[in-house]
Ligand binder design. Sequence first.
Ligand SMILES: Cc1ncc(COP(=O)(O)O)c(C=O)c1O
Length: 307
Amino acid sequence: MAIPKSEWIWHNGGFVKWDEAKVHISTHALHYGSSVFEGIRAYETKNGTAILGLTPHVQRLFDSCKIVRIDLPYSRDEISSAIVETVRRNGLTSCYIRPLAYKGAGTITLDWRGSPTELAIMAFSFGRLLGSEGVEQGVDVMVSSWRRMAPNTHAGMSKAGGNYVNSGFVTMEANDLGYMEGITLDINGHVSEGSGENVFVVYRGAIYTPPVGASILMGVNRGYIITLARELGYEVREETFPREMLYVADEIFFTGTAVEVTPVRSVDKIRIGGGSRGQVTRQIQEQFFGIINGGIPDRYGWMTPVK
Ligand SMILES: Cc1ncc(COP(=O)(O)O)c(C=O)c1O
């Protein structure tokens, strides 16, 4: 899936043309993964284009930078405004937004604090990662042979570039074996998450999702879906659970910026529930998609308008 070019990229404080946003080969992040990033979506709503979860995404960017020890020379407000302006200036209605903070050309040593921090913000058109069909009918996934990184190895709570080598292994294995996605287990063998999304299981009327201690990235959408599910009257439990609970689940769904809310219809070729989108998933999707397309009032203030 090649990135469709848009016109402008925000780079280190101003806008440059897409083809002119470049880095030097000695850029520290290219060598050692010393970067953090965000993935955000803007949607075309009934009231114009709006960005979903701008505030928590920018907060997570700062949290990731703090963990990875990347000093950001901008305030939250400055970065939020630059994100909005990147969408607006490119004339995009719905799009994917990629803020990327990285250590630039400076040191060759592993103390990257000696390299300058650079920040880029791209925005470009982006469809559904697992397809519209997937959102309606569900996707076939496998439990990956790769584990999610153990605590005190990588910092799984940060959205650090280097962490995505692990996600890449999971994705490539799933692609090679004919699955849409892989679900990782954590170092203790409990369910962790997908390569780029959080996982929820509906089991005997309650909804389960792995806790932060299961090496997950704390998804912005994970938080939103917990809120919506509780509002619908479901008990949501953030707790560890074993692989086999996936097989006996009544429903499973993924949440994340790229996948939005996507049902899982089989795991390791074992059919989940009725083998298609379940009732709980459908109810949650109705609420989620209603809010992001403007059909249901944005009662939590999740959408930031791009004026
Ligand atoms: C590893 C990983 N887990 C979970 C998520 C879901 O997070 P969010 O809902 O903030 O997009 C992502 C996507 O950013 C991710 O890369």
